[in-house]
Design a protein around this ligand. Structure first.
Ligand code: SF4
Length: 326
């Protein structure tokens, strides 16, 4: 039997090329080798400010984007977290075996606290327990995570160990599934690509908009004039070429930048074309799914049924072990 992999994505707005390269593309590459479950983690998304009517749309939009990006529902399971209440049930039980100090130590909690000073809710603190529940509920063997989520996965393993040692062997300790280490910087060249920093190219961005954004993206500041040679290794545009351009184009850009044989505009035009070539089939598929929302709803319903069955079996075991079945 194939090992089980679980991963989640928040329906928190625009999915950008950083999400695609850093996560979704890796997921697509493993669906033939693992029993994959992909979850739209809507309960994670409500720990920060949001508008309910927008969230509703984003849940469906996120599911469509996954399918349009190549997450084939015939080969894996896609579902929405809140439709399987066992996630929150297990979270409550794990709450009762988690020291508060472990949660307060989490780097993401410290960051989120600073970003949401007007809304430091308990969900921000207990977020890793919900995440651990998502994973442990399905007896997951492996989780594809980026380096920014490594601490959460270690926390999940610790939760499994803690529960197992108190109540007997129940949960697996999931291993890390390392994909290509790809963290894309935003168009400002400084920070991680993110919607909140408005430094992103959306995965479904139209061709003209890709160019509009790239045209003003930060490059090597040493290239003030067209004739100034540059250093591609410190330029984020070159990093993006590594993700979207061919070896031949990479060589051309690398040499052309160092010798000033090409200008930044030409360099960016090649990149814009390559990004558009990558995302244009996804955009087409997305449009097709927009016309066929019933299909997406059916996929999510099938996913809910599969996950309810799996999560239900785990929770029966958990309830028995913690002594609430009488
Ligand atoms: S030519 Fe390309 S790699 Fe070199 S500085 Fe300009 S945008 Fe960056």
């Amino acid at each position: 039997m194939a090992e089980r992999v679980f991963s989640g994505i928040q329906p928190s707005g625009v999915i950008h090329i950083g999400n695609y390269i850093g996560a979704i593309k890796n997921w697509v590459s493993i669906i033939d080798s693992y029993d994959c479950i992909f979850c739209v983690v809507d309960y994670h998304a409500i720990t920060v400010g949001y508008t309910p009517s927008e969230l509703r749309e984003r849940i469906l939009e996120t599911a469509k984007t996954l399918i349009a990006s190549g997450i084939d529902p015939d080969k894996c399971t896609i579902f929405v977290q809140s439709r399987v209440p066992e996630h929150t049930e297990l979270t409550w039980i794990l709450n009762a075996v988690t020291p508060v100090s472990d949660l307060e130590r989490m780097t993401q909690y410290k960051d989120k606290k600073l970003q949401n000073m007007d809304n430091i809710n308990t969900g921000l603190l207990t977020y890793p327990i919900l995440m651990a529940s998502d994973i442990l509920l399905y007896k997951t063997n492996a989780v594809p995570v980026g380096d920014d989520q490594a601490q959460h996965l270690e926390f999940t393993r610790e939760m499994a160990r803690r529960f197992n040692s108190r109540f007997g062997d129940t949960f697996l300790e999931p291993k890390t599934l390392l994909g290509e280490a790809t963290r894309i910087k935003g168009l400002d060249g400084n920070t991680k690509m993110s919607k909140s920093l408005n430094n992103y190219i959306a995965l479904m961005e139209e061709k003209e908009d890709i160019w509009k954004k790239l045209k003003v993206a930060v490059t090597d500041p040493a290239r003030k004039r067209r004739t100034d040679p540059g250093n591609p290794y410190i330029c984020n545009i070159f990093s993006l070429h590594r993700m979207f351009s061919s070896e031949e184009e990479l060589g051309f850009v690398e040499k052309g930048c160092k010798t000033a044989e090409i200008g930044c505009i030409e360099c960016k035009q090649i990149l814009a074309k390559n990004i558009n070539d990558t995302v244009s089939p996804l955009r087409d598929k997305m449009r097709e799914l927009d016309r066929n929302t019933d299909y997406v709803m059916d996929v999510l319903e099938e996913g809910r049924k599969t996950c309810s069955r799996l999560a239900g079996a785990t929770m029966e075991e958990v309830r028995e072990k913690i002594g609430v079945i009488y």
